[in-house]
Ligand binder design. Structure first.
Ligand code: NAP
Length: 434
C-alpha cells in the first residue's frame, strides 16, 4: 500500500514538497488540496503581474501535478469542507503549506482609515485574487506612501507607476489596470524605518526602479553611507550593490520624468492623519542603535491620499494545528510538527526568502515523511474522495484547472497572456459550459 500524503496548499512550498516526494522513488500517493480552484498560491496571486518570467516557474510545478502519483483537489477548503483532524485520520502524513496570507499590522493610530491598505490585500487586488477583487482603492490622489523597504514595497510602488505599454505583457486584471493607468499619482514615498544598508530589497528589484518609462527614483545622497560596515562576504556584496544603485539614483533629477518614487530612510510611521480618509502620514526620524531603529524625537508629516503597509505577512492558525501567536507560524522542528504532521514554507519559517527558498523545506520534509511513515497503511485518497462525495464538495481536478486556464488564455486581449477570472463562480462556470 502506498504511503498516503496530503499537502494543504498548492503554492511553491507545497509543490516543492510534492516534487521531492515524487523524486524519492518511494511508493507514495500525493494529494494536493487547495482552497481556490486555481493552483500555485503566490505565483498566481502574489508575484507582480508585470513579472511574468518569474511566474514561469509554474510550468515546473505542472510537471509534478501531472505525475501518476499526484492528484490536485482545488476548491476544497480545509477547516470548512474537511477538518485537519479528519485528514490526519485518513492520511499517513499531512503537510501544511498554507503560507502567510494576512498582513502584519503597523499598530499606529489611524490605521483603519479609508485609503490605508496592507500589502497582502493590495497585491491580491492587482493580481485578481477573488478575496480582494472588490478592494477598490481610490487611486485618484496625487501622492502615496508605501511603508517598508522590502521587495513587496518595491513591487507595489512599481506597479502603481507603470505605463500601459509596461503593463501590456502582464496579466493585471482590467479593473486594476484602468485606475492605475488613470491615476494622477506623481509622487510615491517608500519609507524605511532603518537605513539603506538594512533595507531588505534585493538588487535586481531595486535596479528595475531606475529603468521605468515614466518614473524616476529619488534618494538623498546625504543619507547614503560610505560603506556597508562589517558583514559576511555574500551579504556584503549584496549590500554594496544596493548602495551603488542608490548612489546612481541620487544623481537622477526629479523632473526627468512625470512621476517620482522617493526612497526615504530612517523614518518610522507613527500616525495616519486625516478624517475618515487618509490625508497624510506622520513619521518620526530614527537612528540605528544595535541594529534597531530608535526614534530621535523629531517628527515630520507627508501629505498622501493612499498608504500601503508592506511590512511583512503572518499566517492564520488552522484548527487542529498548534500555532505560535507571537511568531505567526506553526511551531516545528525543521518541518516536523507532530506525529504525521509537517510544515513547509512560510507557515514553517515565516514570510522570508524567494521562491526557491521553499525547495529545501520540501526536500527536508519529504525525507522525514519517508523516514517516519514506514509502509504507510492509511486509506488516504479513497477515504478523502468519499468525504468530498458525502458532503457534496465540488473539487477541481488539474484537468479542470487546465480548462479554466485555457479559457483565460482564449479571453486575453492585446498582448496580455491571459484574462484572469477573478471570482470562483466565473471559474466554475467555465466547467459547466456545454
Ligand atoms: P520583508 O522583506 O521582510 O520587508 C519588510 C519591510 O518592512 C522591512 O523593511 C521592515 O523593516 C519593514 N517593517 C516591518 N515592520 C515595520 C513597522 N512596524 N514599521 C515600519 N517598517 C516595518 O517583507 P516583504 O517585502 O513583505 O517580502 C516578503 C518576502 O517575499 C521577502 O523574502 C521578499 O524578498 C520576498 N519577495 C521577493 C520578491 C522578488 O524576488 N521579486 C518579490 C516580493 C517578495 P525592518 O527591516 O526594520 O524590520
Amino acid at each position: 500500500m502506498p504511503v498516503s500524503v496530503a499537502i494543504i496548499g498548492s503554492g511553491p512550498a507545497g509543490f516543492y514538497t510534492a516534487e521531492a516526494l515524487v523524486n524519492s522513488g518511494v511508493d507514495l500517493s500525493i494529494d494536493i488540496i487547495e482552497q481556490l480552484p486555481t493552483p500555485f498560491g503566490l505565483i498566481r496571486g502574489g508575484v507582480a503581474p508585470d513579472h511574468q518570467t518569474t511566474k514561469n516557474v509554474a510550468k515546473k510545478y505542472e510537471k509534478t501535478a501531472l505525475m501518476d502519483q499526484v492528484r490536485y483537489y482545488g476548491n476544497v477548503e480545509v477547516g470548512r469542507d474537511v477538518s485537519l483532524a479528519e485528514l490526519r485520520g485518513i492520511y499517513d502524513a499531512v503537510v501544511l503549506a498554507i503560507g502567510a496570507p494576512r498582513d502584519r499590522k503597523m499598530n499606529i493610530p489611524g490605521e483603519d482609515k479609508n485609503g490605508v491598505f496592507g500589502s497582502a490585500d493590495f497585491v491580491g487586488w492587482y493580481n485578481g485574487h477573488p478575496d480582494f477583487r472588490d478592494l477598490d482603492p481610490d487611486l485618484n490622489v496625487s501622492a502615496a506612501a508605501v511603508i517598508g523597504v522590502g521587495n513587496v514595497a518595491i513591487d507595489v510602488a512599481r506597479v502603481l507607476v507603470r505605463t500601459k505599454n509596461e503593463l501590456a505583457c502582464g496579466d493585471i486584471p482590467g479593473y486594476a489596470e484602468k485606475p492605475i493607468l488613470g491615476s494622477p499619482i506623481d509622487d510615491i514615498y517608500i519609507f524605511g524605518r532603518r537605513g539603506p544598508v538594512e533595507a531588505k530589497f534585493t538588487n535586481v528589484e531595486l535596479r528595475e526602479m531606475g529603468k521605468l518609462e515614466q518614473s524616476v527614483p529619488q534618494v538623498k545622497a546625504e543619507v547614503l553611507p560610505d560603506g556597508v560596515g562589517d558583514l559576511e562576504d555574500r551579504e556584503k556584496r549584496l549590500k554594496e550593490r544596493n548602495l551603488a544603485t542608490l548612489r546612481e539614483f541620487a544623481k537622477r533629477q526629479p523632473d526627468e520624468l512625470r512621476k517620482r518614487v522617493h526612497f526615504e530612510f530612517y523614518a518610522s510611521p507613527v500616525e495616519i492623519l486625516g478624517g475618515d480618509r487618509v490625508e497624510g502620514l506622520r513619521l518620526q526620524r530614527t537612528r540605528i542603535e544595535d541594529g534597531r531603529a530608535v526614534g530621535t524625537g523629531e517628527f515630520f508629516d507627508v501629505e498622501c491620499g493612499l498608504v500601503v503597509a508592506a511590512i511583512g505577512y503572518r499566517s492564520d492558525p488552522l484548527e487542529g494545528a498548534p500555532f505560535d501567536e507571537k511568531q505567526g507560524i506553526v511551531p516545528n522542528d525543521d518541518g516536523r510538527v507532530d506525529d504525521g504532521l509537517y510544515a513547509v514554507g512560510w507557515i514553517k519559517r515565516g514570510p522570508s526568502g524567494v521562491i526557491s527558498t521553499n525547495r529545501p523545506d520540501g526536500i527536508a520534509v519529504a525525507g522525514y515523511i519517508i523516514d517516519d511513515c514506514g509502509e504507510g497503511g492509511k486509506a488516504g485518497r479513497k477515504a478523502f474522495e468519499k468525504i468530498l462525495k458525502e458532503r457534496n464538495v465540488r473539487s477541481i481536478s488539474y484537468e479542470d484547472w487546465k480548462k479554466i486556464e485555457a479559457a483565460e488564455i482564449e479571453n486575453a486581449e492585446g498582448e496580455h497572456p491571459r484574462k484572469k477570472f477573478v471570482t470562483v463562480k466565473e471559474m466554475l462556470d467555465v466547467l459547466d459550459r456545454p
